[in-house]
Structure formats: C-alpha cells, structure tokens
Design a protein around this ligand. Structure first.
Ligand code: FE
Length: 203
C-alpha cells in the first residue's frame, strides 16, 4: 500500500463516466428494441469474458509457473514480459506484478479507489470487486473478507493486501496444491479459479 492514489489515472477507460454508462445502456436498449440483439446473448457475452476467457488466461499463466521453474523466475522478475510470452498482453495489463502465495503468506488484491484489474489475464472484473464494501473492507479486514468468500485462513499465515492502480495490476500466484505432481499443465490450469488469482480464495 505504498502508491499515492491522488495521482490515480482515470484515463485508462476502465471505469467509464456515468454518461458513458448511460450511452452504453441506451445503445443496448435500442439494439434490443430494434431486434438487433438478444439481451440474453449480451448477458452471455459478458459472462463469457468475466468467467471464461479472461480467468482461463490467468490460470494458464499459473499452471505454467507451477510446471516450469524458468518461466516462474521470469514471471516473478518481469510479469508483464513473461505473461506476454503466452500471448496475453495489452490494455489494463501494461505493468503486471505477480505476488506469490506460500504456506506462510497469502496475498489479496484490491483497487481501493475504483476497479483497476488485470484484464489480459483475468478478463472483466466481477461486480463485487468494484463494490465499495469490498474496496474498503479488503484493506481493513482482509481475513474477514476472505472468510466470507469461504476460506478460513490459518492464524499463522500473513495476509498481504495489494492496492491496484492504473499503473500496476497485481495477479496472485496461488500455491500448487499437494498431490498434483502427476498432473499436466492443462489439468493444473483447470484447478485455478479467478478468485484464487485475486486472493479471495487460496486456489
Ligand atoms: Fe482503480
């Protein structure tokens, strides 16, 4: 929590001004009204980017780090470049930092001011990530927040909270689960969840 939010840069387009949101809503209504688009299809598209496309990219990064020590070393040294090796780069991911969970440390990512999020590896942020309660409570009571997401962290584990900005986007590298030695990269990637890469879950 070292960065200064006073300079928080909002020209990255992640949090549209309300008039932009209204324009989008108006366009959506018009398209539905004219029969150009099915609202269910729109929901499906958003769901696709929030749950499928986005987080699966991050899961592949995690699985590669678990299976390839040289990649992991590059990832920890320069996450933006290492992630780009897998083809994930661009908007909202220009300066990525990976923080590693261990048996002694658990990392949690938040954007206290708005909703900065690593789009190339996680897709669209979930609604709760952008909510005021999460943004404030993740800092004040990270353990409580993580518990509400269903994970009771051991008492002796240190919790570190990372505040994303327009300049730096964090990705949590979860700990590889025990008993997965025989699994290949694809199977390992399937174990990794979006919440695990935000830190509201361990995996
Ligand atoms: Fe933000």
């Amino acid at each position: 929590m070292t960065h200064d939010h006073h300079d928080h840069n909002h020209d990255h387009g992640q949090e549209p001004p309300s008039d932009m949101a209204l324009r989008v809503k108006a366009l959506e209504s018009l398209m539905v009204e004219k029969g150009l688009v099915d609202p269910a299809a729109l929901d499906a598209i958003v769901d696709h980017f929030e749950h499928r496309v986005g987080p699966r990219n991050g899961a592949r990064v995690v699985a590669r780090a678990w299976t390839d020590p040289a990649f992991k070393a590059r990832l920890m040294a320069d996450a933006t470049a290492a992630i780009a090796e897998l083809g994930y780069s661009g908007g909202q991911g220009d300066h990525m930092v990976v923080v590693e969970n261990t048996g002694a440390v658990h990392n949690l990512v938040v954007c206290t001011l708005c909703s900065c999020y690593p789009w190339p590896v996680l897709g669209l942020p979930p609604v709760w990530y952008k909510s005021a309660p999460y943004r404030s409570r993740a800092v004040i009571d990270p353990r409580g927040v993580i518990a509400e997401f269903g994970t009771a962290l051991p008492e002796d584990i240190e919790v570190r909270v990372w505040d994303s900005t327009a300049e730096i986007r964090y990705l949590v590298l979860p700990e590889r689960p025990a008993g997965t030695e025989a699994l290949g990269e694809e199977d390992l990637a399937a174990l990794v969840t979006r919440n695990g890469m935000i830190g509201t879950a361990r995996l």
